[in-house]
Design a protein around this ligand. Structure first.
Ligand code: SF4
Length: 299
């Protein structure tokens, strides 16, 4: 991820988007656990930090907003009380300043701030609660905001308002966003970079405009063909369903559903290949097309 930019992580349900977010914050629920890899932020591997250091990273450096905002808030506390408690757990602020910050962020997100502040979570609509959860995450000015389908449940007008606000926040506050979604139109509205995930692996990554205009990986192509905003009138659903992440097939995980699959796809996992500056794809077909092009150019 780049500072001050928004990276969309897109893919179907079950592709591994949410578990990626939970892993970054080290809050994977048991029996799940992180068995390898690194999470690098400013040359620090977050997986190696102690519990207290990691507690400070959560909220101040990395904040996560879930789709299910009901589970975000304590049901027996008012929304305002919960937000102030969260702010005070990280910052020592003079009396009343946490409340002021919370009210300001809520108003920025188009909420009737006073009423929402005094309400219990169950007294708010889903859209209001979702924006209150976003306000809480933004109160601590995190360096990276992770939104996991956080705008999916909002109606179209509210979604446009929140996306506009996030985009403005990116520019004004130099925050970065990891925007996790299966809504490609929402991703296109807010992100400048995109990573496509399938069966727990990134299969294509690059500048969003280029990837959406000319997708190279068969899965990205299929994903775009199945979305009404990108193929109006010619929608084509992706056949089959994503594999169980605990029982991945050998070779390329997409081959049972891939219209382009060849022999090699069944036995070898395709490695990520840089096809252009900042553009990466993991597919045997793309690799052999590039090699062939290279041979033609050389001859
Ligand atoms: Fe399809 Fe093979 Fe590419 Fe996988 S590696 S996406 S199966 S062509």
């Amino acid at each position: 991820m780049k500072e001050g930019r928004c990276l969309a992580l897109i893919g179907e349900s079950g592709a591994g988007k949410s578990i990626t977010a939970l892993s970054l914050l080290r809050i994977v629920p048991p029996p799940g656990k992180i068995t390898g890899g690194e999470v690098i932020l400013d040359n620090r591997d977050l997986l190696k930090l102690g519990k207290e250091e990691m507690r400070l990273v959560r909220g101040e450096e990395l904040a996560l907003v879930f789709q299910d905002s009901l589970s975000t808030f304590n049901p027996v506390r008012t929304v305002g009380g919960h937000i102030c408690e969260t702010i005070n757990a990280h910052r020592r602020l003079p009396n009343g300043q946490a409340k002021e910050m919370a009210l300001e962020k809520m108003a920025d997100l188009g909420l009737p701030a006073g009423r929402v502040f005094r309400s219990f979570p169950f007294q708010l609509s889903g859209g209001m609660r979702q924006r209150a959860a976003l306000a809480m995450a933004l109160c601590l000015h995190p360096r990276i905001l992770i939104t996991d389908e956080a705008t999916t449940s909002l109606d179209v007008t509210l979604q446009a308002q929140v996306l506009h606000y996030l985009k403005k926040h990116l520019e004004d506050c130099c925050m970065s966003i990891l925007f996790i979604t299966h809504d490609l139109a929402a991703a296109a509205a807010v992100a400048d970079q995109v990573a496509v995930i399938y069966a727990g692996r990134i299969v294509e990554k690059g500048q969003l405009k280029k990837v959406f205009k000319q997708p190279l990986h068969p899965y990205t192509q299929a994903l775009l063909r199945s979305h009404p905003s990108f193929c109006p009138g010619t929608l084509k659903p992706i056949q089959g369903s994503p594999p169980d992440l605990a029982l991945l097939p050998e070779g390329c995980s997409f081959y049972p559903r891939c219209p382009e699959a060849a022999g090699i796809c069944l036995s070898r996992v395709p490695e990520m290949l840089e096809v252009d500056s900042g553009r990466q794809v993991a597919c045997h077909l793309v690799k052999s097309a590039i090699l062939t092009k290279g041979e033609i150019a050389a001859s």
